[in-house]
Write a protein of this length. Structure first.
Length: 466
């Protein structure tokens, strides 16, 4: 038998076995990934999604896009070969309409469909679950074309662990304020399991609704679409562990880490005295305080609402409540390591941080919002600098845990429902009214002219909904 076909047969057989099993897989979501020690050394099969079988694709349409579009097979997770410049997007249909886009990393960092399930990752720390729902990405030393080592729950910081769901205009159509319409993602459970398993959800949600939001809510639903005491949310309070991973009654996350804006934009530099690794050597570009929505967990722990004003840092002072994509500010990024696959460093942004009524190119908070000089602008027009949307002002990084109990009480599937909340204040920011000039020195143009100029220099401005 052909080696790849043999491996594919084994993977498909494992999915079938998990579907039919009634013992030994306690409270688990289906996956074809191995567990324990075998998971740590696992590699993928070319053109076959790793960790497949758990995300229910009945309401999902996976698109592989590039110079020549590819095809993803929902039944077994195989897909046509991808190459440079190719990526994927998974449409999420809820209520008969596309309400969400799940975007993946470009090849060769990530693969379709966009979500994988990991069970039995024994290397997780600080009380985090051994299981997770995460993105289908790969480690830098093992991209899809060279060794194929997948990112796991326990993988290092900034290894692309979180899947991103863009909330689209259809979620808020006709809603002036308050709760919009939900986006739903569903997961396949191993039938008959009765012992609770914990899953960390490694996720981001992005505002592509066309309106300013003031939060969102997460709900858990069983196979019948109902809240169920066998299926609950946890925010990690009291579930932490020490360096030896022994439970110590601490919290896994602080309150400002559960639904937070990018630490690189709002957050303190790491002091290095907490016993944890130093991830941020400098304060956030816009401020040293985290920006977050606080959660309100329901009494039955089957839902949590994160709505109202953002707390912590200066997000609302600078921009108002949660911006939509078309209102995101423009910035200039420096590719300091000359690696296009890593994130650039934000140097300046076009805005009005001191509320003068006039937008301009400003440096960050730690530099006192200083105006960029002519020398700066000349430098930023050179090689390894790129003008782009500051996308992270749209992105909330979420941390929460799902406790899955007796699957016989839940059914064959469960659903995560995410619903945005529309803010009453839809004031347009000054940097949109007075948009960035077509070049670093030019006069301010119209919104239409500026958008065309951005496209002309190679920065693709996406529409709110495809």
């Amino acid at each position: 038998m052909n080696k790849n076909r043999e491996h594919r047969f084994i993977r498909q057989s494992l999915v079938v076995a998990l579907l039919l099993s009634t013992v030994g897989y306690a409270g688990k979501i289906i996956t074809d990934a191995p567990e324990g020690a075998a998971l740590q050394t696992a590699t993928s099969i070319p053109n076959q999604q790793f960790g497949f079988g758990g995300w229910n694709l009945d309401n999902i349409s996976v698109h592989i896009v590039g110079d020549a579009d590819g095809v993803f097979n929902n039944s077994d997770g195989s897909y046509t070969p991808m190459g440079a410049g190719m990526t994927f997007e998974s449409d999420i249909v809820t209520g008969g309409e596309i309400r969400g886009h799940l975007h993946g990393k470009d090849w060769p960092v990530g693969e379709p469909s966009g979500i994988k399930i990991i069970n039995g990752d024994t290397e997780t720390k600080h009380g985090k679950p051994n299981n997770c729902i995460m993105t289908t990405s790969y480690l830098e030393e093992g991209y899809l074309n060279a060794g194929n080592k997948p990112v796991l729950c326990s993988s290092d910081f900034q290894t692309h662990k979180r899947f991103k769901i863009n909330l689209l205009e259809t979620t808020v159509a006709g809603v002036d304020s308050g709760w919009g319409k939900p986006v739903e993602i569903t997961f396949n459970l191993v039938e008959g399991d009765s012992t609770t398993q914990r899953y960390q959800v490694l996720q981001k949600i992005n505002n592509y609704t066309g309106k300013r939001l003031n939060g969102y809510k997460v709900e858990l639903l069983d196979e019948n679409g109902s809240a169920n005491p066998a299926l609950t949310l946890s925010l990690g309070f009291g579930e932490g562990a020490n360096r030896d991973n022994e439970p110590d009654g601490s919290d896994i996350w602080n309150i400002d880490e559960l639904a937070t804006m990018s630490h690189g934009l709002w957050g303190p530099a790491d002091s290095g005295d907490t016993g944890r690794e130093v991830h941020f050597e400098e304060n956030g570009f816009f401020g040293a305080q985290r920006v977050y929505y606080p959660p309100a967990l329901s009494a039955d722990k089957t839902s949590a609402a994160y709505s109202g004003d953002m707390l912590g840092g200066s997000y609302q002072e600078l921009f108002g409540n949660w911006l939509t994509r078309s209102w995101a500010p423009i910035g200039v990024f420096h590719d300091d390591d000359h690696n296009p696959e890593t994130d650039g460093i934000l140097k300046v942004f076009w805005g009005d941080p001191e509320h003068t009524g006039h937008s301009a190119w400003h440096k960050g908070n730690d530099e006192g919002w200083a105006l960029a000089t002519e020398e700066d602008l000349l430098l930023y027009s050179g090689d390894w600098y790129e003008r782009d949307v500051v996308e992270d002002v749209l992105n909330l990084g979420l941390n929460y845990i799902i406790n899955i109990g007796d699957n016989r009480l839940i059914g064959k599937t469960f659903t995560i429902r995410i619903t945005p909340s529309v803010d009453t204040n839809q004031t347009v920011p000054n940097h949109v009214i007075n948009p960035a000039p077509a070049d670093m020195y030019g006069e301010t143009g119209t919104v239409e002219d500026t958008s065309k100029a951005i496209v002309a220099i190679g920065v693709i401005v996406e529409s709110e909904a495809r």
